[in-house]
Design a protein around this ligand. Sequence first.
Ligand code: PEP
Ligand code: MG
Length: 883
Amino acid sequence: TKWVHAFGGGSSEGDADMRDLLGGKGANLAEMAKLGLPVPPGFTITTEVCVAYYANNKTWPSDLEAQIEAALGALEATTDKKFGDPANPLLVSVRSGARASMPGMMDTVLNLGLNDETAAGLAELAGDKRFAYDSYRRFIQMYSDVVLGLDHSIFEEILETFKEERDYMLDTELSADDWVEIVGEYKRAAAEALGRDFPSDPREQLQGAIRAVFDSWMTARAIKYRQLHDIPESWGTAVNVQAMVFGNMGETSATGVAFTRNPSTGENSYYGEFLINAQGEDVVAGIRTPQCLTQSMREEMGDTQPSMQEALPDSYDELARVFDILERHYRDMQDIEFTVERGRLWMLQTRNGKRTAKAALKIAVDLASEGLITEEEAVMRVDPSQLDQLLHPMIAEDARRDVLATGLPASPGAAAGVVVFDSDDAEARAAKGDPVILVRIETSPEDIHGMHAAEGIVTARGGMTSHAAVVARGMGRPCVSGAGSIRIDYATKQFTAGGRTVKEGDFVTIDGATGEVLSGEVKMIQPEVTGDFARLMEWADKVRRMKVRTNAETPADVKTARDFGAEGIGLCRTEHMFFDADRIAAVREMILSDAKEGRVAALAKILPMQRSDFEAIFEIMEDRPCTIRLLDPPLHEFLPHTEEDVHAVAEATGLSAAALMERAGALAESNPMLGHRGCRLGISFPEIYEMQARAIFEAQVNVEKKTGIKPVAEVMIPLVAMPKELAILKAAVAKVAAEVEAESGKAPEYLIGTMIELPRAALRADEIAEEAEFFSFGTNDLTQTTFGLSRDDAGKFMPDYIEQGIFEKDPFVTLDQSGVGDLVRIAAERGRGTRNGLKLGICGEHGGDPASIHFCDSVGLDYVSCSPYRVPVARLAAAQAAL
Ligand code: PEP
Ligand code: MG
């Protein structure tokens, strides 16, 4: 097997299509080398080696070392240097690189191959001793941290003490001889901590680094990251070994990271940061404040340091040329790492850049407008789940802003919550239901879980490409980074800013679009679908086959859903309307009467209220279909539960508290979700469904008379298992429709159908379809009843099931396509077998989940229905499913 693939020096054994084998970084390095771009030569050890390493008790294939030797030999030939040769040393970087980028993993070891002899040789060769020993001390520090597992604070302390003793402020003040001294101390400290000498043999160093990359695949951090991002463990990571180029060779050398477009706004201008006379890690680490790539960026940020455009104009022009080549080649925004060594540009990485939802929309729409991609490709470019970010409240323009501190606008959106200072605390408080804002001096991969649990993140240190900023943008969390005026005291759990103190548990609001941290909870506004968002939605609507409806019952929600493009109502849960203050008394009166006359009298009071609710809905939805479900939950849900409530209700109904308790006791069930609910109520108390049917039909007639528009109702009977249930109730509803027509002279337009939410109904869908004019899959109950898994109690043990891999995803969130999905497929086929073209939809929570929406498309459903805020997500997911 070929385990090692070379790139650079005029040829490449790999390319961008070999990402599975070479990892993202390796595949793109090979591709760039193929394009003739300046890539330092090197080789990639494949992901298959990592897989074999774990399959064989952490040993790699026996012929791997020979292949590495051969690749090293070739690399020596291309670079005209020799690994471990003091006279002309080849130095390499070693980096991990999985198929999907994984910031939680081992990143990089630079300057590998240095020891006392090669460092002296490098000093000689470069004519720069300071550079050589600066590189050497970096290597010892990085290798010790990343490969040997030593705590980096050992080295930081040595350096700090050294500087203090000599009154140095900056690292740049250290002379060549200072670094030589530091190197000696570093090596002593490492040897002491290790109990053996720091490895000086370059080949031993290289093997150690390769092993460390493979081992980093299974660290707790990496595992957590994979879980959060659905990355299979079986993929493994590749290792990239590449000839070093040096950004720390003086004032004409530099290193930087850049995006070909703004990853926060999507604006079509270069965006990035760089540092002169530095190595890669310095930019991200936040030790020195990076400089802006472009002049316009510098002006916008009011930065005092020169931009790269000013400081290294020739390298900048070359970089800009490469940006354009890469964007046109990859036809997407690129995230790039580069180094300038004595005025010569080298590309270290390119990949499709992570971006906010706002940027994703703008970039997709712009690329299509520029003709680089088609409208359909643009539709495929935006992750539907990411749209969620734009569908959340933002700070109202007229809100009072009490600014505590200002940092960088690192990730847009607004969030409010209580301040916590620790990622474990963030997770714990969020689990209790508190919205939290995580406030840290800076974040590291150890904070991933806390950032995920938080509504928003604030850091006191770090730039726009700091860990916090990059991860927050990826997760869609609003983030303010580098809020320098914030002084955090972890010990007392508080921070001060501008003379004010904020304690753990205090409320703050952050605005990730302006970088402001505001005191208290600030007024927010609802988002709108306009501009690029609206444009992309139009393109999505052109290609999607399924319709998108909403689950809503209040006029406000129905209106929101309409504004987001809902094409009807897929589920109006009428019971939600029973709880309103003006009617709950009548509802209870109805439930508490043990004779039909009492119920009929109470229902007569509810009728006009239900009718006006339906009128409001029909007026908003006009002639779009509205599925209205008749009463579903068990009746005891409407009865008072606290003693106080019992007394109030007793007083209002004239019943004694004792009688009330007795009636409530009689209605209590041991298994209410499988009890007297759904159509079973309609069978026992037909007058309830008759009242609701009347309210629907009268509302239709009234709205038609008022507006001239004919509403369309789909009357839905819940929890049907037997065809006969539906037959009886359908006849009752149809009779009411005929009465309303006779009374009003107008025929309401309606269908009568059922939910499919019990396995029996799904299996006997052919018989049910004899009666039903439509099916709507109630996948919440269908999941509950298929698994025998209580939707109200599963939360308690679901985490165990996810952790142990029994469920890959919570089946109440993402449809279990193989089990529950089989029932859906069977019901769709059998239903349509009886009634050609039977209308099919889904109204369980899964109707707003992109993966489940793909499934719905594949089984031929006519529409999905979801909560109002998910309507745009569903429109896009439905379009992607159709493409
Ligand atoms: C369902 O069961 O999927 C459904 C939509 O109904 P409810 O959630 O109201 O039980
Ligand atoms: Mg249900």
